[in-house]
Design a protein around this ligand. Structure first.
Ligand SMILES: [Zn+2]
Length: 251
Protein backbone atom coordinates (compact mmCIF):
# COMPACT_ATOMS: atom_id res chain seq x y z
CA UNK A 1 0.00 0.00 0.00
CA UNK A 2 1.21 3.49 -0.80
CA UNK A 3 0.77 6.55 1.49
CA UNK A 4 -2.45 7.51 -0.25
CA UNK A 5 -3.96 4.09 0.35
CA UNK A 6 -2.75 4.02 3.98
CA UNK A 7 -4.67 7.27 4.51
CA UNK A 8 -7.75 6.31 2.51
CA UNK A 9 -8.15 3.03 4.37
CA UNK A 10 -6.82 4.21 7.76
CA UNK A 11 -10.17 3.74 9.56
CA UNK A 12 -10.14 0.10 8.52
CA UNK A 13 -6.48 -0.38 9.33
CA UNK A 14 -7.17 0.91 12.85
CA UNK A 15 -9.56 -1.99 13.46
CA UNK A 16 -8.01 -5.03 15.14
CA UNK A 17 -10.28 -7.27 13.04
CA UNK A 18 -9.02 -5.73 9.77
CA UNK A 19 -5.57 -4.14 10.12
CA UNK A 20 -3.04 -3.89 7.29
CA UNK A 21 -3.41 -7.59 6.43
CA UNK A 22 -7.20 -7.38 6.23
CA UNK A 23 -7.12 -4.25 4.09
CA UNK A 24 -4.56 -5.90 1.81
CA UNK A 25 -6.90 -8.91 1.52
CA UNK A 26 -9.68 -6.57 0.38
CA UNK A 27 -7.37 -4.92 -2.17
CA UNK A 28 -6.30 -8.35 -3.43
CA UNK A 29 -9.91 -9.61 -3.40
CA UNK A 30 -12.56 -9.68 -6.08
CA UNK A 31 -16.35 -9.57 -5.95
CA UNK A 32 -18.93 -10.54 -8.55
CA UNK A 33 -22.19 -8.61 -8.12
CA UNK A 34 -25.24 -9.99 -9.92
CA UNK A 35 -27.67 -7.10 -10.36
CA UNK A 36 -26.97 -3.36 -10.22
CA UNK A 37 -30.35 -2.43 -8.74
CA UNK A 38 -31.63 -1.73 -5.23
CA UNK A 39 -29.40 -4.23 -3.40
CA UNK A 40 -26.51 -4.01 -5.84
CA UNK A 41 -26.29 -0.22 -5.40
CA UNK A 42 -25.27 -0.01 -1.72
CA UNK A 43 -23.41 -3.35 -1.88
CA UNK A 44 -21.24 -2.17 -4.78
CA UNK A 45 -20.70 1.32 -3.32
CA UNK A 46 -19.43 -0.05 0.01
CA UNK A 47 -17.22 -2.65 -1.63
CA UNK A 48 -15.74 0.11 -3.82
CA UNK A 49 -15.24 2.64 -1.02
CA UNK A 50 -13.69 -0.08 1.16
CA UNK A 51 -11.15 -0.91 -1.54
CA UNK A 52 -12.16 -4.33 -2.85
CA UNK A 53 -9.63 -4.43 -5.66
CA UNK A 54 -11.68 -5.94 -8.46
CA UNK A 55 -15.45 -5.60 -8.80
CA UNK A 56 -17.53 -7.03 -11.64
CA UNK A 57 -21.13 -5.86 -12.13
CA UNK A 58 -23.57 -7.87 -14.22
CA UNK A 59 -26.91 -6.36 -15.28
CA UNK A 60 -28.68 -6.49 -18.64
CA UNK A 61 -31.11 -3.67 -17.82
CA UNK A 62 -31.05 0.10 -18.36
CA UNK A 63 -31.70 2.82 -15.77
CA UNK A 64 -35.39 3.76 -15.58
CA UNK A 65 -36.96 6.73 -13.79
CA UNK A 66 -38.84 4.31 -11.48
CA UNK A 67 -35.48 2.85 -10.29
CA UNK A 68 -34.14 6.08 -8.81
CA UNK A 69 -36.34 5.96 -5.65
CA UNK A 70 -34.07 3.18 -4.26
CA UNK A 71 -31.21 2.35 -6.68
CA UNK A 72 -28.84 4.96 -5.29
CA UNK A 73 -25.85 4.12 -7.48
CA UNK A 74 -27.65 5.67 -10.47
CA UNK A 75 -28.52 9.32 -11.16
CA UNK A 76 -31.26 11.23 -12.98
CA UNK A 77 -28.80 12.14 -15.72
CA UNK A 78 -28.18 8.45 -16.48
CA UNK A 79 -31.77 7.38 -17.17
CA UNK A 80 -31.66 5.22 -20.29
CA UNK A 81 -28.02 4.14 -19.83
CA UNK A 82 -27.05 0.53 -19.09
CA UNK A 83 -27.19 -0.02 -15.31
CA UNK A 84 -23.85 -1.83 -15.11
CA UNK A 85 -22.15 1.08 -16.92
CA UNK A 86 -23.88 3.71 -14.76
CA UNK A 87 -22.88 1.88 -11.57
CA UNK A 88 -19.29 1.56 -12.77
CA UNK A 89 -19.12 5.31 -13.27
CA UNK A 90 -20.27 5.98 -9.69
CA UNK A 91 -17.90 3.40 -8.16
CA UNK A 92 -14.88 4.86 -9.94
CA UNK A 93 -15.87 8.36 -8.78
CA UNK A 94 -15.89 7.04 -5.20
CA UNK A 95 -12.63 5.12 -5.60
CA UNK A 96 -10.52 5.47 -8.77
CA UNK A 97 -7.93 3.08 -7.32
CA UNK A 98 -9.92 -0.10 -7.98
CA UNK A 99 -10.79 -2.04 -11.11
CA UNK A 100 -14.49 -2.15 -12.06
CA UNK A 101 -15.86 -4.18 -14.96
CA UNK A 102 -19.40 -3.54 -16.24
CA UNK A 103 -21.09 -6.41 -18.06
CA UNK A 104 -24.34 -5.33 -19.71
CA UNK A 105 -25.64 -8.83 -20.29
CA UNK A 106 -27.91 -11.53 -18.93
CA UNK A 107 -25.48 -14.30 -17.98
CA UNK A 108 -26.52 -17.86 -18.81
CA UNK A 109 -25.26 -20.93 -16.88
CA UNK A 110 -22.03 -21.27 -18.87
CA UNK A 111 -21.22 -17.58 -18.57
CA UNK A 112 -22.05 -17.59 -14.83
CA UNK A 113 -19.69 -20.51 -14.24
CA UNK A 114 -16.90 -18.63 -16.01
CA UNK A 115 -17.54 -15.45 -13.99
CA UNK A 116 -18.00 -17.15 -10.60
CA UNK A 117 -14.71 -19.06 -11.01
CA UNK A 118 -12.85 -15.79 -11.58
CA UNK A 119 -13.93 -14.12 -8.29
CA UNK A 120 -13.38 -14.70 -4.58
CA UNK A 121 -16.93 -13.88 -3.45
CA UNK A 122 -20.33 -13.54 -5.17
CA UNK A 123 -23.18 -11.22 -4.16
CA UNK A 124 -26.61 -12.16 -5.44
CA UNK A 125 -28.47 -8.86 -5.77
CA UNK A 126 -30.89 -10.11 -8.41
CA UNK A 127 -34.67 -10.03 -8.18
CA UNK A 128 -35.86 -13.42 -9.46
CA UNK A 129 -35.67 -17.09 -8.45
CA UNK A 130 -34.34 -18.35 -11.77
CA UNK A 131 -31.23 -16.19 -11.49
CA UNK A 132 -30.79 -16.95 -7.76
CA UNK A 133 -30.81 -20.69 -8.43
CA UNK A 134 -28.42 -20.37 -11.37
CA UNK A 135 -25.98 -18.29 -9.28
CA UNK A 136 -26.28 -20.77 -6.38
CA UNK A 137 -25.50 -23.75 -8.65
CA UNK A 138 -22.44 -22.00 -10.10
CA UNK A 139 -21.15 -21.02 -6.64
CA UNK A 140 -21.47 -24.55 -5.23
CA UNK A 141 -19.93 -26.14 -8.29
CA UNK A 142 -16.92 -23.84 -8.13
CA UNK A 143 -16.72 -23.51 -4.32
CA UNK A 144 -17.10 -19.73 -4.18
CA UNK A 145 -19.01 -18.27 -1.19
CA UNK A 146 -22.34 -16.60 -1.98
CA UNK A 147 -23.95 -13.68 -0.11
CA UNK A 148 -27.64 -13.70 -0.94
CA UNK A 149 -30.08 -10.87 -0.28
CA UNK A 150 -33.70 -10.14 -1.14
CA UNK A 151 -36.21 -7.39 -0.42
CA UNK A 152 -39.89 -7.07 -1.28
CA UNK A 153 -42.31 -4.44 0.03
CA UNK A 154 -41.35 -4.06 3.73
CA UNK A 155 -39.60 -7.45 4.08
CA UNK A 156 -35.93 -8.23 3.72
CA UNK A 157 -33.76 -11.32 4.07
CA UNK A 158 -30.07 -12.15 3.95
CA UNK A 159 -27.91 -15.24 4.30
CA UNK A 160 -24.54 -16.65 3.29
CA UNK A 161 -24.15 -19.95 1.47
CA UNK A 162 -20.58 -21.19 1.78
CA UNK A 163 -19.64 -24.23 -0.33
CA UNK A 164 -16.24 -24.42 1.40
CA UNK A 165 -18.00 -25.54 4.60
CA UNK A 166 -19.33 -29.12 4.74
CA UNK A 167 -22.29 -28.03 6.86
CA UNK A 168 -23.40 -24.81 5.14
CA UNK A 169 -26.72 -25.13 3.32
CA UNK A 170 -27.15 -23.67 -0.16
CA UNK A 171 -29.93 -21.46 -1.54
CA UNK A 172 -31.64 -24.54 -2.96
CA UNK A 173 -31.80 -26.22 0.50
CA UNK A 174 -33.99 -23.31 1.64
CA UNK A 175 -35.94 -22.75 -1.55
CA UNK A 176 -36.04 -25.99 -3.59
CA UNK A 177 -35.68 -25.42 -7.31
CA UNK A 178 -38.79 -27.45 -8.18
CA UNK A 179 -41.01 -25.50 -5.78
CA UNK A 180 -43.32 -23.25 -7.78
CA UNK A 181 -42.40 -19.95 -6.13
CA UNK A 182 -44.19 -16.96 -7.48
CA UNK A 183 -41.78 -14.37 -8.72
CA UNK A 184 -42.93 -11.09 -7.26
CA UNK A 185 -40.41 -8.63 -8.57
CA UNK A 186 -40.17 -5.26 -6.85
CA UNK A 187 -40.44 -3.81 -10.34
CA UNK A 188 -44.17 -4.46 -10.02
CA UNK A 189 -44.80 -4.99 -6.29
CA UNK A 190 -43.32 -1.96 -4.62
CA UNK A 191 -40.42 -1.77 -2.17
CA UNK A 192 -39.69 0.51 0.79
CA UNK A 193 -36.51 2.23 -0.41
CA UNK A 194 -34.22 2.14 2.68
CA UNK A 195 -34.74 -1.60 3.15
CA UNK A 196 -32.64 -2.37 0.07
CA UNK A 197 -30.03 -0.08 1.63
CA UNK A 198 -30.07 -2.04 4.89
CA UNK A 199 -29.87 -5.48 3.27
CA UNK A 200 -27.47 -4.41 0.48
CA UNK A 201 -25.08 -2.83 2.99
CA UNK A 202 -25.20 -6.03 5.06
CA UNK A 203 -24.36 -8.04 1.94
CA UNK A 204 -21.26 -5.85 1.52
CA UNK A 205 -20.35 -6.41 5.19
CA UNK A 206 -20.66 -10.20 4.89
CA UNK A 207 -18.69 -10.24 1.61
CA UNK A 208 -15.89 -8.20 3.17
CA UNK A 209 -15.76 -10.43 6.27
CA UNK A 210 -15.39 -13.43 3.95
CA UNK A 211 -12.60 -11.71 1.97
CA UNK A 212 -10.75 -10.72 5.15
CA UNK A 213 -11.49 -13.99 6.92
CA UNK A 214 -12.75 -12.32 10.09
CA UNK A 215 -15.78 -12.81 12.33
CA UNK A 216 -18.52 -15.39 11.85
CA UNK A 217 -20.49 -15.37 8.62
CA UNK A 218 -24.24 -15.84 8.23
CA UNK A 219 -23.69 -19.34 6.79
CA UNK A 220 -26.33 -21.58 8.39
CA UNK A 221 -28.49 -18.63 9.44
CA UNK A 222 -31.21 -16.80 7.57
CA UNK A 223 -31.94 -13.29 8.86
CA UNK A 224 -35.41 -11.94 8.19
CA UNK A 225 -36.24 -8.26 8.61
CA UNK A 226 -39.78 -6.95 9.04
CA UNK A 227 -39.40 -3.29 8.16
CA UNK A 228 -42.81 -2.34 9.57
CA UNK A 229 -41.82 -3.24 13.13
CA UNK A 230 -38.03 -3.27 12.52
CA UNK A 231 -37.91 -6.74 14.04
CA UNK A 232 -35.14 -9.15 13.02
CA UNK A 233 -35.68 -12.90 13.11
CA UNK A 234 -32.73 -15.30 12.89
CA UNK A 235 -33.53 -18.81 11.67
CA UNK A 236 -31.01 -21.63 11.79
CA UNK A 237 -30.88 -23.46 8.45
CA UNK A 238 -29.22 -26.83 7.89
CA UNK A 239 -27.96 -28.48 4.73
CA UNK A 240 -30.70 -30.63 3.24
CA UNK A 241 -29.50 -34.25 2.79
CA UNK A 242 -31.59 -34.49 -0.39
CA UNK A 243 -30.55 -31.22 -1.96
CA UNK A 244 -29.67 -31.82 -5.62
CA UNK A 245 -27.18 -28.95 -5.58
CA UNK A 246 -25.08 -29.37 -2.41
CA UNK A 247 -25.75 -32.84 -0.93
CA UNK A 248 -22.65 -35.00 -1.11
CA UNK A 249 -22.69 -38.78 -1.34
CA UNK A 250 -22.03 -40.43 2.06
CA UNK A 251 -18.61 -42.00 2.42
ZN1 LIG B 1 -28.41 -27.34 -0.96
Amino acid sequence: MNDDQLLRYSRHILLDEVGIEGQQALLDGSALIIGAGGLGSPAAMYLASAGVGRITLVDHDTVDLTNLQRQIVHTSARVGQPKAQSARETLLQINPGIEVTALCERADDARLAELVKAHSVVLDCSDNFKTRHAVNRACFEHKVPLVSGAVIRFDGQISVFDPRSATSPCYSCLFPQDQPFEDVACSTMGVFAPLVGVIGAMQAAEAMKLLIGTGTSLAGRLLLLDGRSMEWTSIGVARSPDCPVCARPAR
